[in-house]
Write a protein that binds this ligand. Structure first.
Ligand SMILES: Cc1ncc(COP(=O)(O)O)c(C=O)c1O
Length: 351
């Protein structure tokens, strides 16, 4: 039968697991799950579809009602796709430092993007979204606390992983956390169905909130009441907001985590570049960070171990970020020398 989909939303999920060949050490089998294959290029397409369809089902989202969320980008882009396909207006609040192409992408898909001051960090965009939802009667998707986020990962991401390793074994599953939807949703399924799989969580070394062992102040609805003291700004856009989300804390408290690894920013950037240069896998900074964690796992893993790392999004979202800082737009000396090595179609010297 031909593969024909009824709409774009049916193409969310079922992302491929790909072997890492040149970056992995000998003796272990390192695989990555490439979430960039989702229609809007990130793992957050799953969350967006999951929370909107759960809200439609339980009646909390009315036909034509405006949807609002605070997001560092990928959730907003996923929600913009889902809302466009289903006909809901969307408003997104986003802190100023996140990349400009994310804002423009969301606006291209019809969303309104409200920028909040950098100084107020993640809490600023969350507070603004709460206020706008209460004032205008909009539907707040509450990605950091919404159980439908983790449920979607239990139903899709986790099932895909179990299926893809059913005929062998999975020794380690390595992920990071933004909301913790991936972590909570997948970890609980693996703990039950693949109890020998060790679950490893990575966090930015500059914002090692989980490793700090210090708890998070919360409001009665689970949302953060204040920023976490162990937070410092870090380059892994989409990971570790300035608080520990409820879904992440749930996964930590459930006792199924094997290890928490702290990843340095430069290692994340280097691994993202290495994935592109040595494996041809074009992904973002948190993907590089997760690979950095997975390589630490590989170093300590027994021979023959199977390791799977999540790669959350596409590298195309990072053209204006430090990931591309040393990628020139003009020809390098080496490229100029290649150009000059034959007579035709040479560029005039710069004036
Ligand atoms: C780039 C990126 N990486 C990783 C994540 C983590 O995903 P999750 O929210 O499921 O924890 C997100 C989302 O927060 C993201 O945008």
């Amino acid at each position: 039968m031909g593969r024909r989909f009824a709409n774009i939303l049916e193409t969310v999920g079922n992302t491929p697991v790909v072997r890492i060949n040149r970056l992995a050490p000998d003796g272990v089998n390192l695989f990555v799950k490439v979430e960039a294959f989702n229609p809007l290029g990130s793992v957050k397409d799953r969350l967006a579809l999951g929370v909107i369809e759960a809200a439609e089902k339980d009646g909390s989202l009315k036909p034509g009602q405006t949807v609002i969320e605070a997001t560092s980008g990928n959730t907003g882009i996923g929600l913009a796709m889902v809302c466009a396909a289903k006909g809901y207006p969307l408003v997104v609040t986003m802190a100023e430092p996140f990349s400009v192409e994310r804002r423009r992408l969301m606006r291209f898909l019809g969303a309104k993007v409200i920028i909040t001051p950098a100084a107020l960090r993640g809490m600023g965009m969350v507070t603004k979204a709460n206020e706008l939802a209460a004032t205008h009667g909009w539907f707040l998707t509450r990605q950091f606390e919404n159980e439908a986020n983790a449920d979607m990962h239990s139903r899709t991401t986790a099932r895909e992983i179990v299926e893809d390793f059913r005929d062998t074994k999975l020794d380690y599953w390595v992920t990071g956390y933004g909301t913790g939807g991936t972590l909570k949703g997948v970890a609980r399924v693996l703990a039950k169905e693949m109890p020998n799989t060790k679950i490893v969580v990575c966090e930015p070394a500059d914002a090692s909130m989980l490793s700090s062992g210090e708890g998070q102040q919360r409001n009665p609805d689970g949302s953060p009441a204040a920023g976490h003291p162990a937070f410092k700004p870090h380059p892994m856009q989409g990971w570790a907001p300035d608080f520990i989300p409820k879904l992440t804390a749930d996964a930590v408290d459930s006792g199924v985590l094997h290890k928490i690894l702290r990843i340095a920013g430069p290692d994340a950037l280097r691994c993202s570049k290495d994935l592109a240069l040595k494996e041809g896998i074009f992904v973002g900074i948190t993907a590089g960070a997760t690979l950095a964690g997975a390589l630490q796992v590989c170093a300590d893993a027994p021979k023959g171990a199977n390791i799977l790392a999540m790669l959350p999004d596409t590298g195309e979202r990072y053209l204006s970020t430090p990931l591309f800082a040393d990628v020139p737009a003009d020809m390098t000396e080496e490229e100029l020398a290649i150009s000059r090595s034959t007579p035709t179609a040479q560029m005039p010297p710069p004036t």
